[in-house]
Structure formats: C-alpha cells, structure tokens
Design a protein around this ligand. Structure first.
Ligand code: P6P
Length: 335
C-alpha cells in the first residue's frame, strides 16, 4: 500500500471534509517550518545553537538561542503566503503583524516555537506546539491587528498540532476529526502517516507531575497524588508509575501513545498566577488534541477549551490525559 504523506492526507481531507485550501496550505507551511526547526535542533553543539541569549521572553524566562531561531523560522515561513491575518508566539510580547507587502488571509497562527527548551542543552526531546484560529471579521478595519482578535476560547480552534523532536521527528495533527501522527522520513523529506487513529486509553497507571512542588499544591491535588502514591493498598486499588520529562510535548506524546494523566496545577509559589503553562499556545492546542483522541482536559474546575481568554500570554492550570483520571482529580476540586 502506498504511503500516505501529510500532503496527501490534507488533499484527501479537502475532498472528504471540505478542509479549505488555505488551511491545507497553512498546515503544509507549518510542517515545512517544523522540518527546518528539527534540522537546527539536531545540530546541537555542532551548530552553535545551544545555550542562552542575553534576553528574556514575556514570561521573564531567559531565551535559548533555539527559542529565537525557531520563532524566526515560523515567522519567515508563514508571513508571505497570504493565509494569515496575524501570528502570536510565546517568544513575542505582542501579536505579529503581517508586513504590508504581503497579502493577508483568514487565519491566526499561535505557537510555542520550541517548548521544553530547558531540555535542549541536555539533549532531551523538545517540540513545537501550534494552534489555528479564524481571524474575526474586521469589518473593513485597517491598521494593526489587536490582541483581542486572538482572545478566542479553545473550542474555536480549527486545527491544532505539535512537532516532537526526539529519536524520531513526528507531527501530530487534528483538524477536528480525530488525531493523526506523521513521522518525518528524512530520506524523502516528507512527513509520512504512521498513526492513523490515535486514542488515549480511558484508564491508566501512569501520572506526570513535578513532585518537587508538592508542598505548594492545593488540597485536591495533595489528596489525589497521595492516593496515586498509596497504590493498591490505597483507595484507587492499583499501583501507579510516574514520569516527568519537563517537556510538555514529550509528556503529552507519551500519554497519547500509552495513556496517563499530566498535571501542572497552580501552586502557592505564585498565588496570583493560575498556573505555569500558557493557555493560548500550550494548553488549548494540547487540549484539543487530547479531546480529539478521546481524553479530557480541565484546569481543575472547568474544561480548558471553554475558557474565555483575557490576555495573550495568560497562564492556566492543566490536568489532561486519560478521561477516568482527569475526571477524578477534577471531581476532587468540586468536593
Ligand atoms: P518545570 C517547559 O519549560 C514547560 O513550559 C513545559 O514544557 C513543561 O511541562 C514545564 O514547563 C516543566 O516545568 O517546573 O517542571 O520545569
């Protein structure tokens, strides 16, 4: 059977699900940019791309060289094609305006160009996370696109995906009708479909959380994690394993592959912040992918995709993965 490339899948989606041609073009361009990022990441010390810049992003985090390189690759790949009205990124304070010399299009692209970048220098998997929204009708309004155009709940996403740069480079994608996985064939230079129907097992025996923050968690999370640790002698009556890669893309990819629950709760270290992870370009795209794969994603009290954003870089607590476990820990927040 001939191999289905990303390009062929997108063309077939255009026919079977009326995927608009400019959305297909957008996904193709993002995939090509991810190939370029994969190439840069794989150079490591040989490419002079490791280490940090002398700059910080809007979160006050020191930027890695590859954060900036990856951001520029995505901007340069997407700004000229006429499919976007604007872009936003973890690495830029404000929305990116499409230069006046280029046509504008119907979509907004929001991304974390290189998630997990603290792992780059220790050669652990990192990734690119992206979310696609429709640009609201501007009613003929000219001038810069304001941040408010991006502030749409995750249910408005028309596509979401991530690339993971690990032993293999893979692209996982949802257009709203299931989750497909594509593996980069470096000889051909194409993403080839290797996983045509990704599903998150409803139950699991594996959880992911940064245990070093335990003393800072709120009571429902304390209760849930203590039950996980109690194993078969405890109320959950089964033993659990723990994984924490500290790269959301890698942890979520494992959960999509074999199940699990991923947690980054709010904690008392910064009580004014609802969590560490960012809603628009981490939690929302990952939540759409997880839900499309049959899992669940909440902030502890509500479905993440229903959250109405109030700012471009706002943070959110995240509980996502196998439905049974997400519903359990979310239920403890209501107790
Ligand atoms: P911690 C990476 O910096 C990131 O944003 C996510 O990819 C990851 O899940 C989390 O932060 C790790 O945070 O506090 O464990 O280093």
């Amino acid at each position: 059977m001939s191999r289905v490339t990303l390009s062929r899948y997108l063309i077939e989606q255009t026919r079977s699900h009326n995927t608009p041609a400019d959305l297909r073009f957008l996904i193709e361009v993002v995939a090509r940019a991810c190939k370029a990022i994969s190439h840069q990441v794989s150079k490591g010390a040989l490419g002079g791309v490791l280490g940090s810049m002398e700059t910080e992003n809007v979160q006050g985090e020191v930027q890695k060289k590859l954060d900036v390189i990856s951001n520029e690759i995505l901007l340069e790949a997407n700004e000229w094609g006429g499919h976007l009205a604007g872009m936003a990124s973890e690495e830029m304070d404000n929305a990116y305006q499409i230069p006046g010399r280029y046509p504008k299009g119907a979509y907004l692209l929001v991304f974390d160009p290189l998630d997990g970048s603290s792992n780059i220098d220790v050669n652990v998997s990192v990734g690119t996370i992206f979310s696609v929204l429709r640009c609201p009708d501007r009613n003929g309004e000219e001038g810069d696109l304001g941040e408010e155009a991006f502030l749409q709940p995750g249910t408005q996403q028309v596509a979401a995906g991530y690339a993971i740069y690990g032993p293999q480079t893979m692209l996982l994608l949802t257009l709203g009708n299931g989750v497909k996985g594509f593996t980069l064939d470096r000889e051909l230079g194409s993403f080839v479909m290797t996983h045509d129907s990704i599903k998150v097992p409803e139950s699991t025996q594996e959880f992911a959380i940064n245990m070093s923050n335990q003393r800072h968690w709120e009571a429902p999370v304390q209760r849930y994690v203590s039950e996980l640790l109690a194993g078969e002698a405890g109320p959950l009556e089964k033993n659990y394993n723990m994984r924490w890669i500290a790269s959301m893309v890698a942890d979520v990819h494992r959960i999509l592959t074999r199940g699990g629950v991923f947690m980054y709760p709010r904690d008392s270290r910064e009580p004014e912040k609802p969590g560490k992870l960012r809603l628009m370009y981490e939690a929302n795209p990952m939540s759409m992918i997880i839900e499309q794969a049959g899992g669940a994603a909440t902030n502890g009290t509500q479905r993440i995709l229903d959250i109405q954003p109030t700012s471009l870089h706002q943070r959110v607590a995240v509980f996502l993965g196998s439905k049974d476990e997400v519903e359990r820990v979310t239920g403890y927040h209501q107790a």
